[in-house]
Structures are given as structure tokens and as C-alpha cells.
Design a protein around this ligand. Structure first.
Ligand code: URA
Length: 245
């Protein structure tokens, strides 16, 4: 790709994040510094600085308002092809002050109908896990990487993930949970931007913008492989320990 094309793509990406109300780019600082050093895009970081200094920045409004504003920005989204077959957008739900946030992959059939995350069989298992952890579903926040149901529950595709990911990143920024649990391979790989198998990731803390993230198995996987439930319970113990810190 020529330099001008790269710069244009970066500017476009930054404009999307700005439009969503981000006050910084959700990139690891060292990666951002590397990026700036390797590409002459200083004008872009100046644009970003302007946004930070705006008095009406996302940080100065309350979390519920910010979540509502983000939902309004998503609107009746047609940004990717998933909009064609969805019935409803599944934005996410729970406490805006949640200390624990769960991130799934994308809505299934029940979620698509009800416009709520994790309300089908896998959702019931997730709700039981939350309760076993000593919390209520309303205490946590639950969102997905993509907000529209992929047809036939197939995995979301790269372009769909890339289009929708800024929304979940913004939800994380607004809620600012103490710990995140990602559910399943697609969720962990998308949010962390790495291709490691879920069996190797789970059980270990990663971090997104200084928030610890514990990848674990998806509840739908546990419905098919109940013998692995103890591994998720093990991961949940580590999360509870971190919440107690
Ligand atoms: N699976 C997911 O990943 N998310 C949901 O909301 C439901 C099922």
C-alpha cells in the first residue's frame, strides 16, 4: 500500500473512533508509538488532541448517557452485511457501573428475536455462572463483539468484526470495568487482536487498555462439552480474586 493510502485509511479509522466519542485510540500505547514512529501521520494525532480538549468529552458525561449516545450512533445500522438478515440489533445490557463485563461473540436466534444478549440456552448457563460467582445478572454488563446475528449462527467474518469492534471497545471504555471475561475463541481473538487457540488463552489474564481480561470457553461450547465446566469455574475463581484485589 502506498503511503497516501495508509494515511487515508488511518484518518478514516480515527474519524470513526472520534465519532464514537473516544478520547484516545484504543491501542496499546507502545503499539501506537510504534505506529506514529513508522508512519508520518502527525496531523492525525493533532486532530485527536483537539477532541480530547473538548469540554463535552465522553468522560464528562455520565455512563448511562454515554451508553445511550453510543446506541444512538449505532442507529439502525447497515454498516456491514449482517444487517440484511438480522431482526434486531443486540446492543448489550446490564449495569453501566459493572465491575465485571462479559463479551460474547454475537447474537444467536433467541437474542436476535428479543434484542437482548445471552437469553437462549447458552445465556441461561452464563446467568448461572454469574450467580455462582455471587452476583446477579443486573450487576454485570454483557455485550458482544458483533451486534447482529450472523446467518445460521456462523462465525462473524473479519470485515464484520472490524466494522463492529469499535462499538464494543467504546462500551468497555464507558463502563470501565475492573475485569472483563471474554467468552469463546472469536471474542478473545477479536478483542485482543491475536490468533492464539482459546485452549491456550483461557486461564490467563490478558489486558486491554490496562483492564485485565480473562478469556474463557463460550457457554455454548460448555453445553456440548459439560466436562469442561470446571475449567470455566477455575477461570471464574481467578476473576473473583482480581475483583477482590
Ligand atoms: N452467543 C453469544 O456469543 N452471544 C449471545 O448474545 C448469545 C449467544
Amino acid at each position: 500500500m502506498v503511503k497516501r493510502e495508509i494515511t487515508e485509511k488511518l484518518i478514516k479509522a480515527i474519524e470513526v473512533y472520534e465519532e464514537l466519542g473516544f478520547t484516545y485510540l484504543p491501542l496499546k500505547q507502545d503499539r501506537f508509538i510504534e505506529l506514529i514512529k513508522s508512519k508520518p501521520v502527525y496531523a492525525v494525532s493533532e486532530t485527536h488532541a483537539d477532541t480530547v480538549s473538548e469540554p463535552e468529552s465522553a468522560l464528562s458525561i455520565n455512563k448511562d448517557q454515554a451508553l445511550t449516545q453510543l446506541r444512538e450512533k449505532i442507529g439502525d445500522c447497515t454498516r456491514c452485511k449482517l444487517h440484511k438478515e438480522r431482526k434486531n440489533i443486540v446492543y448489550g445490557e446490564g449495569s453501566s457501573d459493572a465491575r465485571l463485563m462479559f463479551i460474547g461473540e454475537g447474537p444467536g436466534r433467541d437474542e436476535d428475536i428479543q434484542s437482548r444478549p445471552f437469553v437462549g440456552e447458552a445465556g441461561k448457563l452464563l446467568t448461572r455462572l454469574i450467580e455462582k460467582m455471587g452476583m446477579k445478572r443486573e450487576d454485570v454488563y454483557i455485550a458482544n463483539i458483533v451486534k447482529c446475528r450472523p446467518p445460521f449462527n456462523r462465525d462473524p467474518e473479519e470485515d464484520e468484526i472490524a466494522t463492529c469492534k469499535p462499538f464494543v471497545e467504546r462500551q468497555v471504555e464507558i463502563i470501565n470495568p475492573k475485569v472483563i471475561m471474554s467468552l469463546g475463541r472469536v471474542s478473545a481473538q477479536s478483542i485482543l487482536g491475536m490468533k492464539m487457540p482459546i485452549g491456550r488463552m483461557r486461564g490467563n489474564f490478558f489486558s486491554i487498555n490496562d483492564t485485565p481480561l480473562m478469556p474463557t470457553f463460550h457457554p455454548a461450547y460448555l453445553l456440548r462439552n459439560p466436562k469442561d465446566k470446571w475449567l470455566v469455574w477455575d477461570d471464574a475463581q481467578k476473576v473473583l480474586e482480581k475483583l477482590r484485589d
